[in-house]
Write a protein that binds this ligand. Sequence first.
Ligand code: AMP
Length: 293
Amino acid sequence: MRVIKTVPEMSEEAARLRREGKRISFVPTMGNLHEGHLSLMRMAKPLADVLVISIFVNPLQFEPGSDFDAYPRTFEEDLKKSEPVGVDIVFAPMESDLYPEDFQTTVEVAEVSKGLCGDFRPGHFKGVATVVLKLFNIVQPHVAIFGEKDYQQLVVIKRMVKDLNLNVEIRGHPTVREKDGLAMSSRNQYLSPDERRRATRLYRFLKLAKEHYGKGEHKAAPLIRMVKEGLAEDSSIKVEYVSVHDLETLKPVDDIVRPAVMALAVHIGKTRLIDNIFLGNNLTQRRNDRKEQ
Ligand code: AMP
């Protein structure tokens, strides 16, 4: 496993690999790797000759006052976790290398960046789209994997790739969860033991909504109400949003007649957590269901 820390070195290596006809798969991360990240890497490994991951805490996607400084940085442990999964190259650029002082170009994916987290994290998806486009240009991947846990992010990236005619295939990976259902996240470690226990409520009520959907409740409003009420039973959970959206356009949905996603964001103490669940018959959902049985 090779660690590359500069943009020119990574660009040269990607160009060399491409010249040799090698396929490149790519998993961008902000490090502090957990089983969710490693699963994306395991999915990416057999899709190409060379697996590249990036570790970069992207300042552009942290809105003012958020946890950029506190975000856990665990580079040495991340390397130890990456190697056994078969990562070939870890690209860990310096902030000043990706964003020199005269940097001034950003990418905005207009519609699908609105709603959900977009309403509460101004500039977040602009930061995400910009860094991912830069990383794609440097790493030159044939295929890149993103987690469905950050579902809006996945849709934003897919939209950007389509709109800008990028030559990279985007694949989603189902959300990887702790045994008690909590979606894995680097931010879970901010939770106190008591908050961590309370956080299991998120997926519990998403699953309950899905169950009711399965029994024939295809109106979004009562399903949303059920989840909001369930979460509100714990006064330490502050709901930011619970909503149902079309799986592709992310437009809010009233009647669930096409595959949809129910998504939520909450604050527990100082920690912001997101999660989602698919409603409707899409392939990924069937895959998730099989795993949970
Ligand atoms: P991050 O380091 O949080 O930026 O995440 C890097 C990638 O890992 C993104 O594509 C995330 O969606 C994905 N990811 C993070 N947590 C999970 C999880 N629990 N399950 C699946 N994918 C995840």
